[in-house]
Write a protein that binds this ligand. Structure first.
Ligand code: ADP
Ligand code: MG
Length: 241
């Protein structure tokens, strides 16, 4: 078991946003957290990233405690990287600098950086863009850079918060298939957040459906599709009306 979320709750000024959430992610598994806006998806991801302290419960990665209500391993010490909806690239750095920055911080040897750079540019179809700046790229290209940057330091866990929702429909369609292929090829363990059922189907080994801060259903895409736990889930998946 790679990541264990145990009885996690989170309150903001008396409002309970997450209510006793428990589940675990296997090594190499991709879990999509699916739910409507405001149900607590980003909060859950931020708790795993270490950007928020849980009100109760524990988060454990490879037998190491990351968070409890009394303990917070700082985000930069966690073997975790995150891809955000708005890409969050460093605007003053070239694409190449954006991608290798984390490796340089870790003082990875020069020839290894070169090797990784080559592989990532290849995998994410970024060749030729090395010396451009983020503003000179399309949304899809910027998102590929953000993913390359997150993968460069080989995190034990990759977090993605609505990674494709700023892209237009055609690009979103292409990218979700590309991303699915890439993540499987690399065997990365992923916790992915989306409000788009199609994105969850394309990417996930299992889908965790979140409703008002509680788990409504957790199952494979086939299971949630064929046996939605409630009428509410069927509605969310677009199976009613
Ligand atoms: P989602 O990502 O599913 O749209 P969020 O996790 O962003 O949902 O938010 C869940 C709920 O928690 C919302 O009602 C939101 O207003 C509230 N919330 C999120 N972050 C904070 C915060 N830092 N302070 C107060 N309330 C917050
Ligand atoms: Mg969100």
């Amino acid at each position: 078991m790679s990541l264990i979320i145990r009885n996690i709750s989170k309150n903001f000024n008396g409002l309970q946003v997450l209510k006793d959430i428990s589940f675990s992610v296997n090594t190499g598994e991709i879990i999509s957290i699916l739910g409507p806006s405001g149900c607590g998806k980003s909060t859950l991801l931020q708790l795993v990233a270490g950007l928020q302290l849980p009100s109760s419960g524990e988060i454990i990665l490879h037998n190491e405690l990351l968070s409890s209500s009394k303990f917070l391993m700082p985000p930069e010490r966690r073997p975790i990287n995150m891809v955000f909806q708005d890409y969050a690239l460093w605007p003053h750095m070239t694409i190449e600098q954006n991608i290798v920055y984390g490796l340089k911080l870790k003082q990875v040897k020069k020839h290894i950086i070169e090797e990784k750079k080559h592989k990532l540019f290849e995998l994410l179809s970024l060749r030729g863009l090395e010396n451009r700046f983020p503003v000179q790229l399309s949304g899809g290209q910027q998102q590929r850079v953000a993913i390359a940057r997150a993968l460069a330091t080989e995190p034990k866990l990759l977090l993605m918060d609505e990674p494709l929702s700023n892209l237009d429909m055609q690009l979103r369609y292409e990218m979700r298939n590309e991303l699915s292929y890439l993540l499987r090829q690399l065997g990365t363990t992923v916790l992915h957040v989306t409000h788009d059922p199609l994105e969850a189907y394309a990417l996930a080994d299992r889908i965790l459906i979140l409703r008002d801060g509680s788990i409504e259903q957790l199952g494979t895409p086939k299971q949630v599709c064929e046996q939605p736990a409630s009428l509410w889930v069927a509605g969310l998946l677009g199976m009613t009306n």
